[in-house]
Structures are given as C-alpha cells and as structure tokens.
Ligand binder design. Sequence first.
Ligand code: SF4
Length: 405
Amino acid sequence: MRATDIIAAKVREGGRVDRAEALELYLHAPTALLAQLADEIRARKHPDRVVTYIIDRNVNYTNVCVARCNFCAFYRPVGSAEGYVLGFEEIFRKIDETIALGGGQLLLQGGHNPDLPLEWYVDLFTAIKARYPQFKLHALSPPEVIHLTRMSRLSVAQVIERLVAAGLDSIPGGGAEILVDRVRKILNCYNKASAGEWLDVMRHAHRAGLRTTATMMYGHVETPEERLEHMVRLRDLQDEMGGFTAFITWSYQPEHTELGGVEATGVEYLRTLATARLVLDNFDNVQASWVTQGGKVGQLSLAFGANDMGSVMIEENVVRAAGAAYCMDEIEIVRNIETAGFIPKRRNMHYEILGDPICLQRDVPRMLELAVARHDGDSSRPPEIVNYAARSAAEKRVREADRPR
Ligand code: SF4
C-alpha cells in the first residue's frame, strides 16, 4: 500500500493527520484523492449540502501604510499624493449602499497610518453604531491591532477592550500571510506582526469573546513545509481557544508589487485548499476565494472542501491593486452554488443562516463590477480629520493649515 493510501484511510476513519502526513498527501496524493478526502470531511461537517455566503463590503479606510510589505500593491507611503483616509460621511454612504443590497456588515481594514490615533477608530465605530445599531463591524486584522498598541502604548487586551466598547463585533484574519517568521522577514511583514504576535492577538480576541477568521496567503517565498506549519499553528490555537469561525486561503497576487513573481496555478490552489480542510479538522467552515481565483475555480472549490462562497463583497481594493478584478454579485454566486449541486443560503459572520438568497425573493440590481474606496482623482480630505493628532511631520503641517480659525 502506498503511503498516501495509508494516510487517506486514517483520514477516512476520522483520524487527525500530523504535519508530515499532511505534507505527504499535499505533495504526492493524486488531486482527485485530495478532493475526495476534503469533500468527505465537508460532507461530515455539513451533511445538509448547504453552501453559505455573506453580503458585505470590504472597505479600506486608508491606504497610507508604514509597514511596506513587499507583496502589497495597495499601500501608499506617508505623504503620497495618492494616499487617502475615508471620512465618516463617506463610510456612512457605503453602509447605506450595503444595507440597500441586503448586507449587514462591513469588513473594515486599512493601512498602518501613523496619523490615525486610536481615538479616530473609537469615534468612527461609535458613530457607526449610533447610526446603525444592528450593523456589524468585522474590523481590524491582528497587525492593525498591534499597530494601535504601538500608537497608543496600550496592551493588546486594552486596545481590544476599547474597540469592543466602541462597537467592534469580530476580527478578520488578515495579515497572517504565512505564520513562519523566516517567511515574514523575507516579505518584510515581520515587523508589522511576527507569527507569535499575530496568534497572540487572536488569542486575546477569543478570550474577549470575539469570533475571528483565519487566513493564509501562499505562493510567494514559502516552502510546502512552511504552508503546513502555518496550518498546524492555526489548528493548535483552535484547539486551545476554539474562536475561529472559518479558514480562507488565497494565492499571492504579484502584479504591481515590489516582490513580483508568478501567481500559483488553479490546481495548486485547489490542492492547498483541500489539504487545509484535512489539517484544520477543528474548523467548521472553509471559504472559497473566488476574488483571487475567479468564479470558475471558486465554484470548483466546493468539490475540494469549501462550504462557503465568501462574500458578495460589493467593494474591494487590495486584491484589485495587485491585478485581480473578478466580480460576482448575489445572482452569480447563487448560480455557481446551485449548479455545483448545493443549496445557497445567506449567513452572518457567525455562520448563522439568515435566509434564502435575496435575489430569489425579489429583483435586485445586477452588480457587474466591484466598487472602489474612492474614484480616481478624488483627493478630498475628511473634515473631521483635523480633530485628531497627527504624528508625521507632513500630515501635522497639513492639519494645522486645515484647522478652522
Ligand atoms: S499588506 Fe497591509 S500592512 Fe502590509 S503594506 Fe499593505 S496595507 Fe500595509
């Protein structure tokens, strides 16, 4: 019997694969076998054949960032003419549009902007909750939380407490990339958060009662062993805290980045996804990433262990900056789920079912391209920004000049 068949039998009996066994499957199992194993686990966890999705909007409140990860095409340095900070009113308008399309949540993330103190986030969250009490804020990935601890000189627990009091509902798993410090140093993202720091923010979030997601961006400088190490680290934390709702993986998007390179193929994506479903036996939900892989591979993901099609999304800026510009509205997501043989249902961030697709109940306008944070050439400055202390010399000068006298 081949090694992959012995490990496959163990998986089928409900056994947990260790790192070496998962690596053996990832590297040597036929793709069809990986798909079968992942699909069996998906069916065990979700026997009702329901595939979920959420209607929300990825809003990037600023693109100004001091972290300068070399795989990122989205950020602009401090003082750049292309740098922006969204105003509270702009964000309210985006929420209004999201609600009109049936959405109930923002995925709110941004650059590490040294000129936005913790008070800005607290005031924004408070203002959103005052205006939209039921609306959910899935916001600030672990590196952003760490950035805020450095800006405020508060601990991770204290920053999370302040944000939760202001209205934070859950934390997205962004910024994980690969949770191995050798890789993080090469990607210039070790200083924004080491692997241990990323995991520790999630540990604190779970302790504070928040649910979070976990992600993995692969296909740059990491080895297959390091991909597996990343998955095992997530599994260990899930054993400890149980706070992750879902795992999402996507391939590095190289266009317009300093790091450059070539994007991983669709088969590599599907094999990675299926392996994650096998390793992460304590995660209920695995998402398909149609945003980076396109609708067709996104649909195929449902045969490789995924039970969720992610988000209708409405707006996206980060992946688009690196060259991927796929768009799927609710009608398209539902069509892909149904023709793959599954039952589509809307969900919230906690993966609670909200109901049938809105597009099956009433006419919804088609959405043929995703919105952007701001239209080209819009360099307006939000009026409330002058109320917050800037740290960079360039921004201090501008705010001083803008201050009403
Ligand atoms: S990935 Fe995030 S932290 Fe890194 S440079 Fe881009 S915006 Fe900044």
